[in-house]
Ligand binder design. Structure first.
Ligand SMILES: [Zn+2]
Length: 165
């Protein structure tokens, strides 16, 4: 599953198509709308596959703003601060075993995951959290990278306007 962004009237090959996984698209769209609320206001549905987007002038203005952000270090700083924030997030209670570290559901019992994990053999315990009862914060599954912003800026500049599907 991913987000497909199509150039409406591309002026170069790079402006024909841009794709991110859903995981990568949401942080990118978050950045665009947070950093440039006025320039992104022409599109309402940044986070869904509704075919919303920006027209040619809007895409070009956004590309200019992103290139400026990239050049002056704003995007790099955002990425760095986001990494610090994500690293500091607490672990989350495991959704599969409700934090107990063992699975007492049918599949868990069938596979011997209903006994605490043996640290020596690695057997037993919940398979989602390795028996610890905790999983990584889900926010860490959403990557944000400077290179991805640069790629999107190149696409937007040559897209002739775009639609998000
Ligand atoms: Zn678990």
């Amino acid at each position: 599953m991913g987000m497909d962004v199509y150039g409406k009237n591309p002026t170069a090959e790079v402006g024909q198509y841009f794709r991110n996984s859903v995981w990568g698209w949401h942080p990118l769209a978050d950045y665009l709308t947070a950093a440039h609320p006025a320039l992104t206001a022409g599109c309402t549905y940044w986070h869904s596959n509704d075919g919303d987007g920006l027209d040619d002038a809007g895409a070009l203005a956004l590309a200019d703003a992103l290139d400026a952000d990239l050049a002056n270090g704003t995007v790099a700083l955002y990425e760095a601060e986001r990494s610090v924030y994500l690293a500091a997030l607490p672990m989350e209670e495991c959704w599969l075993c409700s934090g107990t570290g063992v699975r007492t559901d049918e599949i868990g019992v069938q596979n011997g995951l209903d006994k605490p994990r043996d640290p020596v053999t690695g057997r037993g315990g919940c398979n989602a959290c390795s028996g610890t009862g905790q999983t990584e914060p889900s926010a860490r599954h959403y990557p944000f990278e400077v290179a991805n912003v640069a790629e999107f800026a190149r696409f937007a500049r040559h897209s002739g306007g775009f639609e998000i599907w």
